[in-house]
Design a protein around this ligand. Structure first.
Ligand code: 4AD
Ligand code: MG
Length: 481
């Protein structure tokens, strides 16, 4: 393939003749000369193009958004900013772009407006930078897991149960594609002869693979019918999930601590890569914040805090849920939701813990069993404890909230069975029985976690809303294309 603009800009050859196809990001026309910037999306930086006199009438037709193919020579740029530019010798207009109706104008556009133009919004610098950042993060994550000898696994999207027991699964039905009516026959309703759902998490299937492959991970789409419309929730999102076998111990809390350290290693190892944290795309994302509620100075502080969180050797702090509750009760904050041992931490609490109390990433561990899913390993009761806690963690990030969660998995069949029963699930049912088999047949201690990919993108890019962390977001009431 011919070189992309990124490749042209990063290879030092001056004097070469190149041909590129791209879109005009901007054009400034003078009497005998025009200055344009071309982009093919391969880089955050466009190629400066000088249209010299003699190219004729065609330059007049070029406006912001026009698709062109140009040929010319690469010369040393006299101006500041870029060291190379293209002197255009030939230009062919592939597609004009009427300036009066083109929705992507040069002035600042609000996130809401761009969501209404989802099909065109990748033409803005911030959205295309986000798309490239996703790809970069994905490839670095793959490399990280490959180094740790994990197998990448493709787990199903169609599943027979709600793995989290959160009651947020999308139920699916088979209906003739041309018809928008609700399913009528039993056959339409139950294609698989049982209810089927879009997966909410790949964990249970990864656990099955982990009983043979030991270290497995996936980065896959998950679906949740979240009714609450927030900055952090999508109906379709991607999750990085991993499961692996660990050495047995008497106290699963030590395994939770090691699990937290591993997750911290993944995030630090990947994000601290200079190609990410100091890369052009992250730079663009932190700069392109015209509509951001956060003032420039504050943004700078946040960006530096992010860099130091991933480059510092100091481990991120850990505290138990019970300690977190004590800290919350001690604070003189006015809470909307009351704080009580045994209830879930609300986002205002999580925000205060990591942003105000510790000022950075924070692991909260050992939550009460009653507020966590059935598969988490129960802790032995410590002196003075009355309620059962589970060996788990939530990783809380400033301005993002919960980035990841994971746990030691309950490997004892009888305890697992009782735990399922306490959540209204029956292991003797076919759809759960297989999960019991994983313990029945050569079961071994193992741990795992899930990390929200859009929230990672948001944290790294300083993006306020997860809807700007995926190219085509879906949320309750909205699926534009
Ligand atoms: O905390 P969650 O629900 O945990 C699980 O699903 C476990 N089974 C994961 C595992 O152990 N394998 O989801 C994990 C992460 C959250 O911390 C959050 O970052 C992200 O997934 N997440 C969402 N991201 C965007 N939109 C949503 N609706 C999300 N729900 C969860
Ligand atoms: Mg969670």
């Amino acid at each position: 393939l011919p070189p992309t603009i990124r490749q042209i800009l990063s290879s030092p050859e001056v004097g070469e003749t190149v041909a590129v196809t791209g879109w005009v990001k901007s054009i400034r026309k003078q009497k005998r000369i025009a200055f344009g910037v071309l982009s093919d999306g391969s880089s955050a930086v466009g190629l400066q193009a000088v249209f010299l006199d003699g190219l004729g009438e065609r330059v007049k037709e070029i406006t912001n958004g026009t698709s062109v193919r140009v040929r010319g020579s690469i010369v040393k740029s006299p101006g500041a900013g870029q060291d190379k530019e293209l002197h255009v010798e030939e230009v062919e207009i592939l597609g004009t772009c009427p300036p009066d109706t083109y929705p992507i104008q040069k002035q600042a556009l609000t996130p809401e407006y761009l969501r209404d133009n989802t099909h065109l919004r990748a033409r803005t610098d911030a959205i295309s930078a986000m798309v490239r950042l996703r790809g970069l993060l994905m490839r670095k994550l793959d490399r990280y897991f490959e180094h740790q000898d994990f197998a990448y696994a493709h787990t199903p999207v169609l599943t027979s149960g709600d793995a989290e027991g959160g009651g947020e699964a999308f139920r699916i039905a088979s209906i003739p594609p041309s018809s928008e009516r609700p399913p009528e026959t039993e056959e339409e309703r139950e294609f698989f002869a049982r209810p089927a759902y879009l997966t909410v998490s790949h964990q249970l299937h990864l656990e099955a693979l982990s009983t043979a492959l030991t270290r497995v991970y996936t980065l896959s789409p998950c679906f949740r019918a979240e009714r609450g419309v927030t900055r952090r929730h999508l109906a379709e999102f991607w999750m990085l999930e991993a499961e692996w076998g660990v050495a047995p111990t008497h106290d699963p809390r030590t395994q939770t601590a090691a699990l937290c350290d591993f997750v911290e290693g993944v995030v630090k190892g990947v994000v601290s890569d200079p190609a990410i944290i100091y890369g052009q795309d992250v730079e663009v994302l932190w700069r392109h914040r015209e509509h951001d509620s956060v003032p420039e100075a504050e943004r700078q502080i946040r960006r530096e805090a992010l860099a130091s969180a991933v480059t510092s050797d100091a481990p991120w702090p850990k505290m138990t849920y019970s300690e977190a509750i004590r800290e919350l009760l001690k604070s003189d904050q006015k809470w909307t939701f009351p704080i009580r041992w045994g209830s879930a931490l609300q986002s205002e609490h999580e925000k205060w813990l990591c942003e105000t109390l510790v000022g950075g990433p924070l692991f909260v561990t050992d939550y009460p069993a009653v507020i966590k899913p059935f598969y988490m390993r129960a802790n032995p009761l410590a002196a003075g404890e009355e309620e059962v806690t589970v060996s788990c963690f939530d990783l809380l990030m400033p301005y993002v909230g919960e980035l990841a969660g994971g746990s030691v998995r309950e490997e004892r069949l009888d305890v697992l069975k009782a735990s399922m029963e306490s959540k209204g699930m029956n292991m003797d049912e076919e759809r759960y029985g297989w999960y019991g088999d994983l313990r029945r047949f050569g079961g071994a201690p193992h741990v795992g976690f899930g990390l929200g990919f859009e929230r990672l993108v948001g944290w790294v890019g300083g993006i306020e809303n997860v809807r700007e962390c995926v190219p085509m977001p879906r949320w309750a009431g909205r699926m534009v294309l």
